[in-house]
Design a protein around this ligand. Structure first.
Ligand code: F6R
Length: 612
């Protein structure tokens, strides 16, 4: 997740770009930069930290005279390469003639960098973005649009970028594959950006760019070309949202936007780690895979939602990698006498990387000689500084207090870790690993399919249950963490009392709570114990409770016993629960909205819990 913007027109570009970046800052803020061009000179300024740092850096250097009226800018959420000025965008070739800003990941950047290096290029950053700049520069012959088009054909991955050339001071070229990029059409000026809010103060007239297309922008002129270079006619869209809605991507709240962002969060987290057909690669500058060698146990420590991701890790690692796994809430682990040592891999899961108890638990484990890994969404967070390796989720900044997209990204990383361990330990055949890699790579598409029409479906369910004052959530096997997470979502944003249980525990107490007023939410996706879940659903239904079941598309085993089903796309039984959590997030959301509550800011909760 990064934010990019380009401007070409008649007004001073710097101010327009900076104001645009402010509107994109939610997409990342670990560094920022801009390049503007006037009178044969490019002024490029970059700074680590948020936009205030960039503004300070700009104030220290002489502005161009006359002021530039063309430029590109970026606010970064680091994926490849540490948070540093060198890795901040815009990136350029060694002579500074081609500048680019990029959002996303170029999966084959190592091969391209090696090829360009062999041909004499020298690189000054660790980013895949610089590879794009150098590739364009190596082929540039005075026609930026044609060169970008050709370069695009050589790039694998999912990204959007905008390029500017010193030798063509009146043109910007944008390219899009999967990551967002939209055009803003003004009178005598043109914009291109990751999201509409970046230019909404100047124009409400936009055009979309489809995958594989490039866009050539001049002041007041825009030309879209398809993958073969042929011009494309694209209708103009008038944006009617107010500024507040625009920041939420047109959604009514950040939480709803983030629920709908989950396919992207998964693609960013999974894709470049699953380039091999039958395996996962976790090695990065911040993670040395030797950490995984010879371990005898994995321990997950975390709080809240992140703890639920750890529970899923237990099912996946025990099943695929045949390694013992322990999971504990960090606030308990840190004050136990945990028996942990050098053969243990202790994974602290924390979206923010700042949760005091998780940091405390990681410290205890480290002091006792364990290998400690941070699984986090935030580069440079405290957890990343107090560990032996970092596994990042790449969900982008999450603003809604209730975790949604960071949770599915955490699940993705624990699955990836389990699969990598399975390969290192030889516990799964290459064929089975290939099946799981393929299933993981399909998850973003599964999520897209699931979200299509889900809003209305879940809204209808919420219509009959939003006034209930108690909900029970049940599941078995990998459905248990999802039942727990569904219950947590509902209680934190709707303030409704919930309980979540492994369904087999029902008869040992919770069944006493049930009557005809109780909605029971069951995770009943494919599983080795689905028949047992069905038995539990029947028991619940016999007490008059109204069951809402998350099922696998095509499976109708529970239909006769429940009031509503929400089918999720078929995947691997271990992965379907990840899909099942999405309707549960949405159910909590719909109920909160019906109760007139603001899901983005639930009472008594904070996004980051830095005190124990
Ligand atoms: C629930 C939620 C919290 C967090 C918990 C840990 O929606 O967001 O339960 O999961 O506070 O936070 P991190 O992951 O930042 O350590």
């Amino acid at each position: 997740m990064c934010g990019i913007i380009g401007y070409v027109g008649a007004r001073p570009a710097e101010e327009i770009l900076l104001a645009g970046l402010r509107k994109l800052e939610y997409r990342g803020y670990d560094s920022a930069g801009l390049s503007v061009l006037a009178d044969g000179t490019i002024r490029a300024v970059r700074a680590v930290g948020n936009l205030d740092h960039l503004e300070a850096a700009l104030a220290q250097e002489d502005a161009l005279v006359p002021p530039a009226t063309i430029g590109i800018a970026h606010t970064r959420w680091a994926t490849h390469g540490a948070v540093s000025e060198q890795n901040a965008h815009p990136l350029c070739d060694a002579e500074g003639r081609i500048h680019v800003v990029v959002n996303g990941i170029v999966e084959n950047y190592v091969g391209l960098r090696d090829r360009l290096t062999a041909a004499g290029a020298t690189f000054s950053s660790q980013t895949d973005a610089e590879v794009i700049a150098q590739l364009i520069a190596s082929e540039y012959d005075g026609d930026l649009a044609a060169t970008v088009q050709h370069a695009l054909g050589q790039l694998d991955g999912f990204f959007a970028f905008v390029a500017m050339a010193l030798d063509e001071p009146d043109v910007l070229v944008g390219a899009r594959r999967e990551c967002p990029l939209v055009i803003g059409r003004g009178t005598d000026e043109s914009f291109v950006a990751s999201a509409v809010p970046a230019f909404l103060a100047h124009t409400r007239s936009t055009q979309l760019i489809e995958n594989g297309e490039i866009v050539v922008l001049r002041a007041g002129e825009v030309e879209i070309r398809d993958a073969n270079g042929a011009p494309v006619e694209r209708e103009l869209l008038e944006i009617t949202w107010d500024a507040d809605t625009a920041e939420k991507g047109g959604y009514e709240t950040f939480m709803l936007k983030e629920i709908h962002d989950q396919a992207d969060a998964l693609a960013e987290t999974i894709n470049d780690r699953t380039v091999r057909r039958d395996g996962v690669d976790l090695a990065e500058e911040c993670f040395d895979e030797s950490l995984l060698e010879g371990i005898e146990r994995v321990v997950f420590v975390a709080c809240g939602t992140a703890y639920h991701a750890g529970l899923m890790g237990r099912y996946a690692i025990e099943e695929w990698a045949e390694l013992p796994v322990e999971v504990d809430v960090a606030s308990e682990y840190r004050y136990r006498n945990p028996l942990v040592g050098p053969r243990d891999l202790v994974v602290g899961i924390s979206q923010s990387g700042e949760t005091a108890d998780t940091l405390g638990a990681m410290r205890v484990a480290r002091e006792r000689g364990a290998r400690v890994v941070a699984l986090t969404n935030v580069m440079g967070s405290q957890a990343t500084r107090e560990c032996d390796g970092v596994l990042y989720t790449r969900a982008g900044l999450e603003i809604g207090v209730a975790a949604t997209k960071t949770f599915v990204a955490q699940l993705a990383v624990v699955y990836l870790l389990a699969l990598r361990l399975a390969e290192l330990r030889g516990t799964l055949s290459a064929e089975r690993r290939a099946e799981l890699v393929a299933a993981l790579r399909r998850l973003p598409q599964n999520v897209e399919e699931l979200l299509d029409g889900l809003d209305e479906q879940v809204d209808q369910i919420s219509q009959w249950c939003w006034q209930a004052n108690f909900f029970l959530y049940i599941g078995r096997h990998a459905g248990v963490p999802i039942a727990l997470e569904g219950a947590l979502k509902l209680k934190e944003i709707s303030y409704i009392s919930t309980d979540a249980y492994a369904a087999g525990e029902m008869k040992h107490g919770p069944i006493a709570m049930l009557d005809e007023h109780t909605p029971v939410v069951a995770v009943a996706t494919t599983s080795p114990v689905l028949t047992k879940v069905v038995n539990n659903i029947q028991e619940v239904a016999a007490r008059g409770a109204k069951v809402i079941a998350m099922t696998t598309a095509g499976d109708h085993t529970v239909d006769a016993h429940v009031k509503a089903t929400v089918p999720v796309p078929a995947s691997d039984p271990m992965l379907e629960p990840l899909l099942a959590v999405i309707p549960l997030q949405l159910l909590a959301y719909k109920i909160a909205m019906r109760r007139g509550l603001n899901p983005d800011q639930p009472r008594n909760l904070a996004k980051t819990v830095t005190v124990e």
